[in-house]
Design a protein around this ligand. Structure first.
Ligand SMILES: [Zn+2]
Length: 287
């Protein structure tokens, strides 16, 4: 019978907990690699209990299983991958791994930055990626906000996992700001100016950034008016809450629309990608 094992993938911020291994090979060289912590099933336990017991023995931590990721069947056996979280303890080596630890057969628990995954030799890497994707599928704005995390900053940091890739809607970008077409606009030509750095609202911005944002807003408004042939462009900002990410809304008003604050709450429309207009805006703003 193939060896059955259970393994726990544990994320902490943008890191994953792994066991770093060094093992002397038959040819005398030392191989360095990582494994997802876990170990063999002992028969009188569930697979979840298997993972919980192994993590306690190997790394001295109490964990709680939160999700099943998948079963890997290979020549080495059947490995069950779970996602888990630490409920008690800081990982440090224990159990038989600690007893047999030496330079030729070395074990060390380690949090590894997720950005390093592709560069490292990791047994079970595909399952870490699967688990990572699974986590983000269930994440949304509201969950992040409840946890005190700004969704906009989170989205940027993790490669647009929440809001998707907006790079083709961007009309201007530098180290301080990002200007892009609103994905669910209140009018054609609705543009958003957002700071790269996190500020929860305008009252928090330093003067220099504030000046820059408003001069830029003036230029973008003129560009929108010209390219979209609107009669005017309205500006508003109403970030309100600890996890809001400062942004300005620039909303055109057209000649067939009434003047006034009604324009701030016009019904949202589906986004129309208009490459030609985007290129025109980009050109004006790059001058
Ligand atoms: Zn933010």
């Amino acid at each position: 019978m193939k060896r059955i094992s259970s393994r726990a993938i544990i994320f902490k911020e943008d890191k994953v907990l792994l066991m770093f291994r060094k093992k002397r090979q038959k040819d005398g060289t030392i191989k360095e690699y990582f494994v997802v912590p876990g170990g063999g099933w002992e028969g009188d336990e569930t697979l979840e209990q298997n993972a919980i017991r192994e993590l306690k023995e190997e790394m001295n931590i109490d964990i709680e299983i939160t999700n099943f990721v998948g079963l890997e069947i290979s020549d080495f056996g059947c490995a069950n991958y779970f996602v888990a979280k630490i409920v008690k303890g800081e990982p440090h080596l224990g159990g038989e791994e600690r007893e047999k630890n030496n330079e030729d057969n070395y074990y060390e628990p380690m949090f590894v930055d997720l950005s390093q995954l592709d560069k490292l030799d990791i047994v079970g890497k595909e399952y870490i990626k699967k688990a990572y994707d699974k986590q983000f599928q269930i994440l949304n704005n509201a969950i992040l906000t409840d946890q005190g995390i700004c969704p906009t900053c989170y989205d940027k940091k993790f490669g647009n996992v929440l809001f998707g890739d907006n790079s083709k809607n961007i009309i201007f970008k530098d180290d301080d700001v990002e200007v892009f077409m609103c994905a669910n606009p209140r009018a054609k030509g609705h543009v958003i100016i957002s700071t790269i750095k996190h500020f929860k609202d305008m009252m928090e911005i330093d003067d220099e950034t504030c000046k820059k944002v408003f001069v830029l807003a003036k230029n973008v408004m003129n560009a929108i008016k010209k390219v979209f042939e609107s009669e005017s462009v309205y500006l508003c900002t109403m970030c309100d809450g600890p996890n809001n990410h400062f942004h300005l809304q620039l909303i055109p008003r057209y000649n067939f629309e009434k003047r006034g604050s009604i324009n701030f709450v016009k019904e949202r429309q589906p986004y129309l990608y208009e490459q030609e207009k985007i290129e025109q805006l980009k050109k004006i703003l790059s001058e």
